[in-house]
Design a protein around this ligand. Structure first.
Ligand SMILES: Cc1cc2nc3c(=O)[nH]c(=O)nc-3n(C[C@H](O)[C@H](O)[C@H](O)COP(=O)(O)OP(=O)(O)OC[C@H]3O[C@@H](n4cnc5c(N)ncnc54)[C@H](O)[C@@H]3O)c2cc1C
Length: 359
């Protein structure tokens, strides 16, 4: 049966584009409206490494949201793995190393997380010997490490690829800002002749819902790495640990560059940070170079040396649900995991719509 239900998707970051792709491929007719080109979204800035929740910058305060997030991540892993077969998608499966200052077995939380990851990824290997093999500074006294093959996404290529796929399917795009409470915008659906609205506005949702979202500011330092050894053609991460004042570290390959992170600063809206004006940004470089001394041999990019973005954060993590008594589904608040959750969330939205219209 051919479904012709028209659905208005607000937002053209990774959440909106993935949702529109999934809708179009399930037989719906999406229309995308966004107030900015995707070059100006946080999705464009992201490190865009696939992670098992909670992410290196993240925390989860409730078990329900964590369990949904695991399912979404697993689905996304499978979808990204398929996409990595075609280089034009901008998705690659690369080794990702996670390092610990203590044996993983000593922490119930990390042990369980490691077991879950082991069950759903390719190429899992738990071996502290990776610390020295990867040239990690012994002064840090890291004790443990595991690695697996993870999707690493090049946002510019990937978002361009999805957008072109949607254009090929004649999905309309319109630049338009939605203001005021979304639930009161009855004329919006009429204007687009849409039966349903999907809200994928990320941090923008704080202006069109009564939800409390806040920015979790992040920054990445871009290094030139035209030629790379195998150690640098991989992701390397240490998780943020607020209790131990341990700032996260991540080193991610992106095309001819390496991205060094990171910071996770709640309620900070200012994005004009650079190496000259921000001690926090300079500390990213220092921490990463201390972590992996071979990074000292690389030059900082002259053009766009620093990327800054506001992760759309929410105390209860992602909001993926119907707005009460309205034909609106919310899909926002992905924090530091918008790519990791993207396909799982898009599939969940299609299921909600199919249940509602009885297909
Ligand atoms: C430094 C950094 C590193 C990161 N690393 C990772 C990572 O490794 N892995 C990962 O999974 N995630 C990572 N993230 C997080 C990721 O970037 C976000 O979770 C994700 O991009 C959110 O996508 P989104 O589509 O929901 O929101 P956005 O990309 O912000 O898109 C929102 C869209 O809504 C539109 N919009 C907003 N308000 C309105 C309005 N009123 N009217 C019309 N349109 C509107 C905007 O124009 C935009 O198109 C990182 C983020 C940062 C900053």
């Amino acid at each position: 049966m051919v479904i012709k239900t028209r659905v208005l998707v607000i937002g053209a970051g990774v959440s909106g584009l993935t949702t529109a792709w999934q809708l179009a491929n399930a037989g719906f007719q999406p229309i995308i409206v966004a107030d900015k080109p995707f070059e100006d979204t946080v999705s464009f800035v992201a490190g865009a490494l696939w992670e098992w929740p909670p992410a290196v910058c993240g925390f989860h305060t409730d078990i329900d949201s964590l369990s949904r997030a695991k399912h979404w991540s697993q689905r996304s892993y499978e979808r990204f793995k398929e996409l990595s077969q075609a280089p034009q998608t901008g998705v690659a499966m690369l080794p990702s190393y996670f390092y610990f200052a203590y044996p993983v077995a000593d922490s119930e939380f990390d042990r369980q997380k490691m077991q879950e990851i082991r069950g759903c990824v390719d190429g899992f290997d738990h071996d502290p010997a990776w610390i020295s093999r990867n040239g990690i500074n012994p002064d840090l006294e890291l004790q443990d490490c595991y690695r697996f093959m993870a999707p690493v996404i090049h946002p510019e290529k990937y978002l361009t690829w999805i957008r072109n796929q949607l254009k090929d399917q004649s999905v309309p795009f319109e630049t338009r800002s939605i203001s005021g409470p979304l639930r009161e915008q009855v004329e919006l659906r009429e204007r687009y002749d849409a039966e349903f609205v999907i809200n994928c506005t990320g941090l923008g949702s704080h202006q069109i819902t009564d939800d409390r979202l806040y920015p979790l500011r992040g920054a990445l330092v871009r290094m030139q790495a035209k030629t790379r050894n195998s150690q640098l053609n991989a992701a390397h991460c240490i998780t943020n640990d607020e209790t131990k004042q341990q700032n996260m570290i991540y080193v991610l390959p992106r095309g001819k560059h390496l991205l060094l992170g990171g910071i996770a600063q709640p309620d900070q809206w200012e994005t004009s940070l650079c190496l000259e004006n921000s001690r926090d940004v300079r500390s990213i470089l220092e921490r990463c170079q201390h972590f992996m001394p071979s990074l000292k041999d690389l030059q900082i990019c002259n053009e766009t040396p620093v990327l800054v973005g506001l992760r759309p954060a929410r105390k209860k993590n992602v909001r993926l649900e119907w707005e009460s008594e309205q034909p609106i589904i919310h899909n926002y608040g992905h924090g530091g995991s918008g790519f990791s959750f993207s396909w799982g969330c898009a599939e969940a939205i299609v299921r909600l719509l199919q249940e509602r219209i009885g297909t």
